[in-house]
Ligand binder design. Structure first.
Ligand SMILES: [Zn+2]
Ligand SMILES: [Zn+2]
Length: 460
């Protein structure tokens, strides 16, 4: 979308051009964030014409159909034009006067949705947002989520201060990159074998805000895979009464909390010993900068995939598969890292969310006990720390190069698959279903819809 917009605004004629973006709304503890969903380019001379007051303006008919669509789909309306200049931009007095003439009426039509304007140069953006109830706000920053993350501001941000603790890695991505990681909020879903490695790696990198969810406590059989786990986390002293031992047994999120704090004592961590699928838990992930899915249920995949697309958050799914049949024969052993970018082909349109298994997970455990199904004979699946580590290291590395803007522009979007028995790396290129109701911009799709669209959370 950003490529299409910049091509339209800056065709090389140094003139002014116009467009409209409709965007989902996300309100969280961090404030208001708008998630671009649709770009409507104004054709010069037809939709974008000489202005009555200023130089150019969007034609009333062009505005009207878009503001009605914003009202109906519950999206914010943003009128866009460009100025000359590079790293700084601001609205002109003519621009501001036109907002004051036009936006009160647009706010009325929008029925509760924000309206406003963005003005771009090649490397900066400013925004004037009009909110219901008469409040008005300036845009702080904008992020473009592609292979790499690009942040745009109205003026160049102040130089980042140096933190000598991170000297060796800041030599790779600079003080600004380190400061960026320090301001990043990541969500990790599942803090078992894979999630505990992600927490360790991201904590060491200097990421400073975490949202963690996992309802489980540690068991002795987890210890070979949980980073820096103690025997006492899973098995408190035997002489204690059983009830006390159960109370002392640690939640996996609390063990991850401890590890992150060891790496970075300033980290701010929301540790939720709860199921990701509960509506209030899922809501904690909607304003993260990056999501890591390390829990392997179909319900978690569906919800993760939904948050990525609905809230425009890049994410990655990690997992390992070690098939062993009843006779003890080991099949193809592999681990995967699947990065999911909003609008770029998702877990749903790549057949990775199995509706039959999804339905099965919705059946309460008490009823489920009566029967077993094909690929889950009730036996714990094999799992080893090394394969989790391969998938997680790749996922954290992908995150690092994405966030710090070090990915090449033409970096391939491919899903890593490492086969430990064959010694073979392969890449699966994700498909994108043009009509996918999750990741396409089809009329009733989830993409960029923000708070005004239902998430597939568990009814309580
Ligand atoms: Zn202007
Ligand atoms: Zn899709």
């Amino acid at each position: 979308m950003y490529q299409a917009l910049t091509k339209h605004l800056f065709p090389g004629d140094h003139d002014e051009h116009g467009a409209i973006i409709l965007a989902g709304v996300c309100v969280s503890d961090r404030g208001l964030r708008l998630v671009a969903r649709e770009l409507h380019l104004a054709v010069d001379g037809i939709d974008y014409v000489p202005g009555k007051y200023g130089y150019r303006m969007l034609k009333a008919q062009f505005i009207q159909s878009r503001i009605l669509r914003a009202r109906d789909l519950k999206l914010a309306y943003l009128a866009i034009h460009n100025h000359g200049g590079t790293t700084s931009v601001a609205f002109s007095p003519d621009d501001m006067a036109s907002h004051e003439r036009g936006y009160p009426a647009l706010l009325d039509i929008a029925r509760g949705m924000p309206v406003g304007a963005l003005v771009f140069t090649g490397a900066a953006v400013a925004g004037d947002l009009w909110l219901p109830g008469g409040r008005r706000a300036a845009l702080a920053s904008a992020a473009v989520i592609g292979n790499k993350r690009l942040e745009l501001f109205p003026q160049p941000p102040a130089a980042a201060s140096r933190n000598p603790d991170y000297d060796r890695q800041s030599r790779l991505f600079g003080d600004r990159g380190q400061a960026l990681l320090g301001g990043t909020r990541v969500g990790i879903i599942g803090l078992g074998g894979a999630g505990s490695i992600l927490a360790e790696l991201l904590g060491r990198l200097g990421v400073s805000e975490f949202v963690l969810a996992d309802p489980d406590k540690a068991e002795m059989t987890n210890l070979p895979r949980l980073i820096a786990a103690l025997r006492s986390d899973a098995s408190p002293p035997a002489w204690l009464p059983a009830r006390v031992r159960e109370f002392l047994r640690k939640y996996k999120v609390d063990m991850a909390f401890r590890n992150i704090k060891r790496a970075n004592s300033r980290a701010k961590i929301t540790a939720l010993p709860r199921d990701f699928l509960d509506a209030d838990v899922a809501a904690q992930f909607k304003d993260c900068d990056y999501l890591f899915l390390a829990a392997d249920t179909m319900g978690a995949r569906l919800l993760f995939n939904a948050i990525v697309n609905q809230y425009g958050i890049p994410g990655v799914q990690v997992g390992a598969k070690i098939p062993v049949n009843q006779a003890g024969e080991v099949g193809d052993v592999f681990c995967v890292t699947r990065s999911v970018r909003p609008g770029h082909g998702c877990l749903w349109c790549n057949g990775l969310i199995n509706p039959a298994r999804l339905q099965d997970e919705a059946v309460p455990d008490a009823i489920k006990k009566g029967y077993a199904y094909l690929d889950d004979p009730g036996v714990a699946a094999p799992s080893v720390v090394t394969m989790n580590a391969i998938a997680c290291a790749h996922a954290a590395d992908d995150f690092l190069f994405h966030m710090t803007g070090l990915k090449n522009d033409d970096a391939e979007t491919a899903w890593l698959r490492w086969n430990s028995r064959k010694n073979r790396v392969s890449y699966d290129v994700p498909r994108k279903d043009a009509d996918c109701l999750e990741c396409s911009a089809a009329d009733h799709s989830r993409l960029g819809r923000g708070d005004h669209f239902a998430l597939p959370v568990r009814p309580r």
